[in-house]
Design a protein around this ligand. Structure first.
Ligand code: G6P
Length: 370
């Protein structure tokens, strides 16, 4: 049941293990009919409202914000709609000019985060159409939005968000497809093709979970560090941010994330043998760029832990201390799949350090005060 750990040691671990089902369940909620027929996406509640959106603002906090960052990459590249992304505490006080045909999208697991709610009210006052992606459907944000997209992740108890992130990505993919469709960038056939790339996502996530012992070994090698650096390029950058957030939240190791290309503009000064660098880099068209960043930090003695596929790991084998291999997969699947080993890494580091994984110090599941 939702309020029991089902044999897992922590709610967080249980929720991590629910993810093979979570992503597909959310996607299926929005996909009417079968992959063969024309009524692929039954997005009745959003279809009339996404008409003529030429610019989108995405606002959230914490992990939900990083889901929004993944969506920025998707919406801009797949749907051709420019996306402004902001954390809620900044957005609510920023004097943003509202353009005609802009809409605002708020992402919140709880639907109660004070800053995100205030940002929603601010956008409403500006006359923007407000969408929200929430887990808790009877929440204040859900009540006050023009359009609510539930993520149906089930109750999330661990303070550090895991399965909600994965389910948010499913809902955000649906928004992406809807916008692409309305911009004439996607036929039903294209939609089928795109979604078919996700057919075996549950098996891929299961595969990662079944290799938890490998992640645990990596966790052992970094659990005594006081600092860690995460890096990624392109759509792997928000994943690096989320990986660093997860690690700091529950293990209390100081962790920060950088776009791989920014490394030489500061963080490279911190690199030494005591600084593990966790790199998220599936071997896509940006891989060679990340590889040259790895070369730079490796020559300065960095301990690199690389999450990539066989091809990526082969190319980097001379510079890395440890690798974690994920299977080859379509690009669309990468943000979802590559996040899982990082959740596990944070989890195992925290358990090795003996912290309170489900209730980390000073943090709240939902921050309802400003
Ligand atoms: C807190 C939680 C995080 C969560 C963030 C945003 O910081 O500890 O896990 O990502 O709030 O919460 P929301 O409910 O708005 O997604």
């Amino acid at each position: 049941s939702e309020s029991s750990k089902n044999g897992f040691k922590h709610f967080m671990l249980k929720e991590i293990h629910e993810q093979p089902q979570v992503f597909k369940r959310t996607l299926q909620h929005y996909i009417g009919g079968h992959h063969q027929d024309d009524s692929l996406l039954q997005l009745a509640p959003i279809s009339h409202l996404t008409n003529n959106i030429s610019r989108m603002t995405i606002v959230a906090c914490g992990t939900s914000y990083y889901a929004g960052m993944v969506a920025k990459y998707w919406i801009e590249s797949i749907a051709g709609v420019p996306v402004d992304l902001d954390v809620a505490s900044e957005y609510r006080y920023r004097k943003t000019p509202v353009t005609y045909q802009s809409a605002a999208l708020f992402i919140s697991q709880s639907g109660e985060t004070a800053d995100t709610l205030a940002a929603l009210r601010h956008a409403k006052q500006q006359g923007q159409t407000c969408f929200s992606i929430v887990n808790v459907t009877n929440s204040t944000m859900a009540n006050e939005s023009d359009v609510v997209l539930p993520i149906l992740a089930g109750r999330e108890i661990g303070v550090a968000s895991t399965k909600a992130f994965t389910a948010q990505l499913a809902a955000l993919l649906v928004v992406t497809i809807q916008l692409a469709r309305q911009n004439g960038l996607m036929t039903y056939k294209d939609e089928h093709l795109l979604l078919s790339q996700l057919d075996n996502i549950d098996a891929v996530i299961e595969g990662v979970l079944s290799q938890s012992h490998i992640i645990k070994d990596i966790a052992k090698s970094i659990c005594d560090s006081s600092n860690a650096l995460f890096m990624g390029r392109g759509i792997a950058f928000p994943l690096a941010l989320e990986g660093a957030l997860k690690l700091k939240e529950i293990s209390y190791i100081h962790a920060e994330a950088y776009p791989a290309g920014e490394l030489k503009h500061g963080p490279i000064a911190l690199v030494d043998k005591d600084m593990p660098i966790i790199v998220v880099a599936p071997s896509n068209e940006l891989f060679s760029k990340t590889l040259s960043n790895l070369r730079e930090v490796a020559s300065r003695g960095a301990r690199i832990i690389l999450l990539s596929d066989k091809n990526g790991l082969n190319q980097a084998e001379h510079f890395i201390e440890q690798g974690y291999e994920l299977p080859d997969m379509p690009e669309l699947m990468q943000p979802i799949a590559y996040n899982i080993p990082m959740q596990l890494l944070a989890y195992y580091v925290a358990t090795l350090r003996g912290t309170d994984v489900d209730q980390p110090r000073n943090l709240a599941k939902s921050v309802t005060v400003e």
